[in-house]
Write a protein that binds this ligand. Structure first.
Ligand SMILES: [Zn+2]
Length: 332
């Protein structure tokens, strides 16, 4: 499938969500939950909007979903932390789109992590892989991903893929994403990301086109005010406070409405059929050599370590099908 490099993704959600009573948590709930000793938020993403400003936001907290991913392969602490931040960012970006499909963040670098790739589907199923980082020891973003580039790809089930290439700035993924949105023609958007010890969290603010306030000066003031308050959040607050308590802490003087949380989970999209299709991209003679030697072919999913075993008959059926359709196959 062709990839278009566009400055603006046409799938971006660019209107203020309309609310019904059942869709959001009220201010009273927000305050009462802020006054209780909050339980640690787990694997949820939560949308919020400002009543008096054209600004939307999203928070995400990853706990078991992240730990399930980190349990698949051994990673150094600095690498695990970055996987957490990338996954939190992928969830936040995914929630800014109206689509069915997946959003992929893939960074390549000359640093200790040559490749990191994370995915989030529209129903918030996440997975991640890192390649070539067995020797990584650093916790520094600049060392892990030096001279890095980030590709943000939106891969909808129907229609074209959209990809943007983002240079990674030296100090953080959040600042790289901020810089990208600042330079592109998209809605003004800011990110806050954090990860530590198997927990990750993030928050996004996005300025929407004028609906509530057409006055440009007021709009700019509201946006700067919301960002300045968000910038006061401490990393441990972002990780440990549930959305209601976090937003009360930041915006108790501004009416903010919070939507019901959506669950994020680790779920790999690999399947026996997709993995078999990937075999079709390998040279046929090479596959026949493996079959002669071992009697079968094993394929491991890099994302979840699931193993798939294929016999000679499976390959025969695949190549017969391949011949009939005469179309190239790729792993999706
Ligand atoms: Zn898998």
């Amino acid at each position: 499938m062709a990839i278009d490099t566009l400055k603006f993704c046409p799938l971006a959600l660019n209107t203020k969500p309309t609310l019904s009573d059942s869709e959001y948590v009220t201010m009273e709930t927000m305050e009462s939950s802020a006054n209780q000793a909050p339980e640690l938020p787990c694997d949820v993403s939560q949308r919020f909007i400002f009543d008096d400003a054209d600004i939307r936001g999203e928070t995400v907290h990853l706990d078991a979903a992240l730990q399930d991913i980190l349990a698949i392969h051994p990673y150094a602490p600095g690498v695990s932390q970055l996987i957490g931040e990338f996954l939190a960012a992928a969830v936040l970006l995914s929630t800014t789109l109206k689509y069915e499909g997946k959003l992929i963040l893939q960074a390549r670098s000359e640093g200790q992590i040559p490749l990191i790739m994370v995915e989030c589907s529209n129903d918030l199923q996440i997975r991640a892989i890192v390649r070539g980082a067995e020797q990584a020891t650093s916790s520094s973003f600049a060392k892990l991903l030096s001279n890095g580039q980030l590709a943000i790809t939106v891969d909808p089930k129907k229609g074209n893929r959209y990809q943007s290439i983002v240079p990674l700035v030296e100090d953080s993924l959040a600042h790289s994403l901020d810089a990208y949105f600042e330079q592109s023609e998209q809605l003004a958007t800011r990110f806050w990301l954090t990860a530590e010890s198997g927990r990750a969290a993030g928050m996004l603010l996005q300025q929407l086109p004028a609906q509530t306030n057409p006055d440009e000066v007021l709009r700019a003031q509201q946006w700067q005010h919301a960002c300045a308050l968000a910038a006061t959040v401490k990393e441990d607050e972002l990780r440990s406070l549930p959305a209601a308590a976090l937003l009360h802490r930041l915006y108790h003087e501004n009416p903010v409405r919070i939507f019901e949380p959506a669950t994020v989970k680790f779920q790999c999209s690999c399947s026996r059929e997709r993995t078999l299709n990937a075999l079709a991209t390998i040279d046929r003679d090479e596959l026949e050599d493996i079959l002669r030697e071992h009697g079968h072919i094993m394929m491991d999913c890099e994302f979840c370590s699931q193993q798939y075993r294929y016999e000679k008959e499976d390959l025969a059926a695949l190549f017969a099908l391949e011949h009939a359709s005469a179309s190239p196959r790729t792993l999706h």
